[in-house]
Write a protein that binds this ligand. Structure first.
Ligand code: GDP
Ligand code: CA
Length: 313
């Protein structure tokens, strides 16, 4: 069994790779919900949907989020009305949010709904929201204004400096059913190459999760989302430097050293291996750019094997 901590795009790519090298039913992903947002009265869970669509083989590989062959008639019509069209929701994608919102009104939990949607779409792995309780990521901008994650990320194109991050609701949140059990019992826990501060950070802010991972640190493997000092996509590098973390694979290692015994970094960062081992982690250097499904499977194999436990292909 493999349990992974997952944000959106980087995580979805690695999880698809893992599902290519071990039985998908042996995989559990614990997914960030700090980015969840209500728009048009609909409950949207962007990271859960990215992972779900990718593992279902329905995702748009190039964009990384949303569905392949999507159309945008509803958004275009909404823009014509002067409605809120900055957060793009494709016509087919909207069905997911309609379904989720209706089920929430019926009293279902986010974990039940995530299971319903992912199994309807043919996903065989277990996808668990980090919590069924609302936890919302807020960022303080240099101007002093505090904004929700999607405002920062989509509306401001993450092009504004940030001075603080806060996870509202985290202290009262409870891990969703199965989260702690799957983190304790997995052969290996993998921290996916997701933004450490705004994708993995919210997951670790839910009481009990970080302690459970730290307690089994020897078989926890983290994959750096930072390659040669840059995020492949998104603001991870900038956020790290704005919040006084070195924007490098070594900076990521310092954030994870208490949780994970092994760090996987890209060949471009081979020179950082000594710095990383100085944090007390062992360092695996390999190609970590998942530009094709085969490359994602290669990386997945390294991650699954890195902690020494053995899995059948
Ligand atoms: P999102 O912003 O919600 O999609 O989620 P993530 O936090 O998972 O994604 C952003 C991070 O994933 C960025 O820091 C990227 O550098 C990282 N990432 C995306 N694709 C890859 C990849 O192929 N390899 C590695 N190592 N990191 C990746
Ligand atoms: Ca996200």
């Amino acid at each position: 069994m493999i349990t992974a901590l997952a944000g959106g795009v980087g995580a979805a790519r690695l999880l698809a790779g893992i599902a290519g090298v071990i039985d998908p039913t042996e995989i559990t992903a614990i997914i960030n919900t700090g980015d969840d947002v209500t728009l048009h009265g609909l409950h949207i869970s962007p990271d859960i949907d990215t992972v779900t669509y990718t593992l279902a083989g329905l995702g748009d590989a190039e964009r990384g989020w949303g569905l392949a062959q999507e159309t945008w008639h509803v958004m275009d019509a909404l823009a014509r009305l002067g409605g809120q069209a900055w957060f793009r929701l494709g016509d087919t994608d909207l069905a997911t949010h309609l379904y989720r919102t209706q089920r929430i009104h019926e009293g279902a939990t986010l974990s039940q709904i995530t299971h319903e949607i992912s199994s309807s779409l043919g996903v065989r792995s277990s996808l668990l929201p980090m919590s069924d309780d609302p936890v919302k990521t807020y960022l303080t901008l240099a101007s002093g204004e505090e904004v929700g994650f999607q405002d920062y990320f989509v509306r401001f194109h993450h092009d504004v400096p940030v001075s603080a991050i806060r996870f509202e609701g985290a202290s009262r949140a409870v891990p969703s059913p199965g989260v702690i059990e799957s983190l304790s019992s997995a052969d290996t826990v993998i921290v996916c190459p997701s933004n450490p501060l705004v994708s993995i950070g919210p997951i670790l802010s839910v009481p009990g999760i970080s302690d459970t991972v730290a307690a089994r640190r020897d078989s926890v493997v983290a994959v750096s989302p930072i390659i040669a000092g840059r995020a492949l996509k998104g603001p991870a590098d900038r956020l790290m430097s704005e919040l006084s973390h070195e924007p490098s694979a070594a900076g990521v290692a310092r954030l994870y050293a208490h949780l994970a015994a092994t760090m996987i970094i890209d060949v471009a960062d081979a020179a950082l291996a000594d710095d990383i081992e100085a944090t007390g982690m062992s360092c695996v250097v390999t190609d970590t750019v998942m530009s094709t499904p085969d490359k994602a499977m290669e990386l997945a194999k390294r991650a699954v094997d890195a902690s020494g436990s053995s899995h059948a292909a």
